[in-house]
Design a protein around this ligand. Structure first.
Ligand code: GLY
Length: 391
């Protein structure tokens, strides 16, 4: 396939413009746009048993149910917007879509109960602590812990797939629910489970260059690794961009709870790979080794997750030069996301960001808007603001 030169020219033009603007003006502008888009999405969907997930060709939202792994992101983004604006509209909406997830505290069929319950109830509990919300989070943590196998030292990610015991890099994200629960009235053994999961993943999911595998298939008798595969990436030995972003975020968060240097180093290895493989406008292609680069779709979700994680990582890195590297990378990624063609302003998309990829090998959600990109983008914008205020 020939490179689409016109698309590359537009990207380079937008990138050059973005370089000339700084985040002090871009961030409030993007937050204001996010506020409008989220408000419009609440009005569009109305029914709080429906959760926005991805955009259709006309730009409107395709919705899903509470048991989908992405359900927590819409209420989570609404909670963030309430935190930013203090507007009661967002509180009411966030409460409605959070309430719809209540039943997922008992969903033992997936590791994604962390994404569902912690991004919704967890983000609501922070500004408005309540026993009811806390109990939902604690129960969800107990439910997730039932998926742990001590022989393997990991929580099982998926059921009924081609692997007996699959563990995916994304699973690191769901550990936050367990860490929080262990520190807030849940069983102390939850912390042992998560630390063991993080250690096992650190040992088996990483290549020597800091890149990560997507799915590991474990042997339930010996606990050893039987297979290293991809699922949504280009190939078993390629580097799926969102998976690499989950690794940075997951290990940075694990360091936040443990202060264990091994996890900080792992987060940095994952970050160093991600940063050193970014294209000039700092938004990764959907897979770092996709064969058609530069004529491959970008993935703003990987960019947003990584930007948010790198802001946090910049606070923990020991050397001043490392702190600057991570803060600068987070800033440059965010700058691009705040600008055309990635900010969905002026497009038909009802979302905040455009140009995400869900699952390219399955030809599903390719080059569309996706709610988790919007969630982590909003989080990154707020993290930037918090860091800027502290300067
Ligand atoms: N956890 C699935 C994904 O990142 O697409």
């Amino acid at each position: 396939m020939k490179p689409r030169l016109s698309n590359i020219a537009v990207l380079l033009f937008a990138f050059t413009i973005a370089q000339g603007r700084n985040l002090e003006t871009l961030v409030p502008y993007a937050l204001d746009f996010a506020k409008q888009q989220l408000k419009q999405s609440v009005g569009e969907i109305q029914d709080s048993t429906k959760y926005v997930r991805t955009t259709l060709p006309d730009g409107s939202w395709k919705t899903t149910r509470a048991r989908d792994w992405t359900s927590g992101f819409f209420p989570g983004a609404l909670w963030y917007m309430h935190e930013y604006t203090n507007d009661p509209f967002f509180k009411t909406a966030a409460e409605r879509w959070t309430a719809g997830i209540t039943g997922q505290q008992f969903n033992s069929g997936t590791h994604d109960v962390g994404f569902m319950v912690f991004n919704s109830f967890g983000n609501g509990y922070r500004p408005y602590p309540s026993e009811t919300h806390k109990n939902v989070i604690l129960q969800a943590a107990q439910t997730l812990a039932t998926r742990y196998n001590p022989t393997i030292g990991c929580i099982k990610s998926w059921d009924n797939r081609k692997w007996d015991y699959p563990v995916i890099i994304d699973n690191m994200m769901n550990l936050e629910l367990l860490f929080w629960a262990a520190e807030n009235g849940g069983q102390k053994k939850l912390k042992e489970i998560v630390i063991r999961h993080a250690e096992t993943t650190m040992k088996n999911h990483f290549r020597s260059d800091g890149s990560t595998y997507y799915v590991l298939g474990y042997d339930t008798t010996s606990g050893s690794v039987k297979a290293r595969n991809t699922h949504q990436g280009y190939a078993d030995e390629s580097v799926w961009a969102r998976g690499q972003a989950w690794a940075i975020y997951g290990y940075t968060m694990t360091y936040r709870f443990t202060k264990d240097e091994r996890f900080l180093q792992t987060a940095q290895r994952a970050a160093d790979y991600f940063i050193s493989h970014l294209p000039p406008d700092n938004i990764p292609y959907w897979d770092f080794l996709a064969p058609g680069i530069p004529n491959e779709p970008r993935d703003v979700s990987a960019a947003a997750i990584a930007s948010s994680a790198l802001f946090e990582l910049s606070k923990y890195a020991k050397e001043k030069s490392q702190q600057a590297t991570y803060r600068d990378a987070a800033t440059e990624i965010l700058k691009s996301l705040c600008s055309a063609p990635y900010l969905a302003e002026g497009t038909n998309s009802h979302a905040i960001l455009d140009h995400a990829v869900g699952n390219k090998p399955a030809k599903s959600e390719v080059d569309v808007s996706i709610i988790y990109a919007d969630y982590y983008f909003t989080e990154a914008l707020l993290r930037y603001q918090t860091l800027a205020e502290k300067k």
